[in-house]
Design a protein around this ligand. Structure first.
Ligand code: GLY
Length: 387
């Protein structure tokens, strides 16, 4: 099929969930990506950290994050049934701890902000933290227990979305989109690298950190997405050491965020650096050193574990750290990108929002603050008729 109702450019988790949900709503959907199921999800730890990653000034984004977190159990059940395999969703909660007086003050501020936002988190003494997680360093000064911040395995999530898409009739074009085709001021498809064209009634640009680089997109419509590098380590907890940690443990160590995400299958993910270095995805000695140094301060026994993988990925950063969802200023072109630190968390709500706008032409209320038009210098899109 070279023509579809919806063509999604980008086969990461955001592109795949958009296509899957659109297909479930009866649209003929296609995805173009050289490697569907790849992208930043291959690197991500998979924390669903709406509460522990709350930042000042991001209360609007918090609403979307919480809405997506609340949908996760039902979303996972539906996806696992569609794909026939698990995605490693684990309702384990998170413990954010402080190692010194500065970290403790920072965490107290976060606790106050969470309380003002009506969120549930509990302040614990160092001793209470260690009772929950005995592998924590003796010097832990206190922490925040957040029972609602869970985790999922992004690689299994991506693999399940590929299968769910295929089983729902989504056509996966394993090719690179080279250029958006615009005919009479309307997006009509893409040209492929090496030749060929795919056409569609509606095109969705969901190419993660690459979303700002598709040729043919008018400059005033190009999403202002930039790559923010994150280096991540994977370790393995041998059965004799289990349970090493029972929940996600995180801290700010000398200003850097470090988190440890323990999977049920024994994988322990340690992340992540945050580096503004353009398209560089080199794993550096310095990045690995800093992650291991900070993680070791938090959980000294970690240095005994086998180190199985080091990897760097690119978060799709946006100017206000929030995603761009829905119609762009160019008729026929939608965006689903700029999810920055929350792509895995926002996968369920993104799928629902995009399927709704693609089938009805109306952006749901919960997504209105995230319209791409907030960054566009082009005149607003004409109101599309519901299809
Ligand atoms: N949300 C975790 C990260 O972006 O590193």
């Amino acid at each position: 099929m070279r023509s579809s109702d919806v063509l999604v450019v980008g086969g990461g988790i955001i592109g795949l969930v958009t296509a899957w949900r659109a297909a479930r709503r009866g649209l003929r959907a296609a995805v173009v990506d050289p490697e569907p199921g790849g992208g930043a999800a291959r690197v991500a730890a998979g924390m669903l950290a709406a509460v522990t990653e709350l930042h000042y000034g991001e209360e609007t984004l918090l609403g979307l994050n919480l809405a997506s977190a609340a949908r996760y159990p039902a979303f996972v059940a539906e996806l696992e049934e569609a794909a026939g395999h698990g995605v490693g969703y684990r309702a384990c909660g998170t413990l954010a701890v402080a190692l010194d007086a500065d970290d403790r003050a920072h965490l107290r501020e976060l606790h106050a902000l969470q309380t003002r936002c009506g969120l549930t988190s509990a302040w614990l003494s160092g001793r209470e933290c260690r009772r929950l997680e005995p592998m924590l360093a003796p010097g832990v000064r206190g922490g925040l227990r957040v029972d609602g911040d869970h985790q999922v395995d992004p690689r299994r999530l991506a693999a399940a979305l590929v299968v769910a898409c295929e089983r729902s009739g989504v056509v996966l074009h394993r090719a690179r989109a080279e250029r958006l085709v615009v005919v009479r001021d309307r997006a009509t498809g893409v040209l492929l690298e090496g030749g060929g064209e795919l056409t569609a009634d509606q095109v969705v640009l969901a190419a993660g950190s690459l979303s700002g680089r598709l040729a043919g997109v008018p400059e005033e419509v190009l999403p202002p997405v930039r790559p923010v590098k994150g280096q991540v380590l994977r370790l393995r907890v041998p059965p004799a050491y289990a349970p090493f940690l029972s929940r996600t443990v995180r801290a700010v160590v000398r200003g850097s965020h470090v988190y440890l995400v323990p999977r049920a299958d024994g994988e322990l993910v340690v992340g992540a650096t945050s580096e503004e270095l353009g398209w560089d995805t080199t794993v550096t000695a310095g990045g690995v050193y800093e992650l291991l140094r900070d993680a070791h301060e938090l959980v000294p026994g970690l240095t005994e574990l086998p180190l199985t993988e080091t990897l760097a990925g690119l978060r799709p950063g946006s100017p206000d750290n929030a995603p761009m969802l829905g119609p762009s200023a160019l008729p026929g072109l939608h965006l689903a990108t700029g999810h920055y630190r929350n792509g895995v968390l926002l996968t369920p709500v993104t799928g629902d929002v995009m399927a709704e706008v693609l089938t009805t032409g109306v952006l749901p209320d919960e997504a209105r603050p995230f319209s791409p038009l907030r960054f566009s210098s082009a005149p607003p899109v004409r109101q599309e008729q519901p299809v």
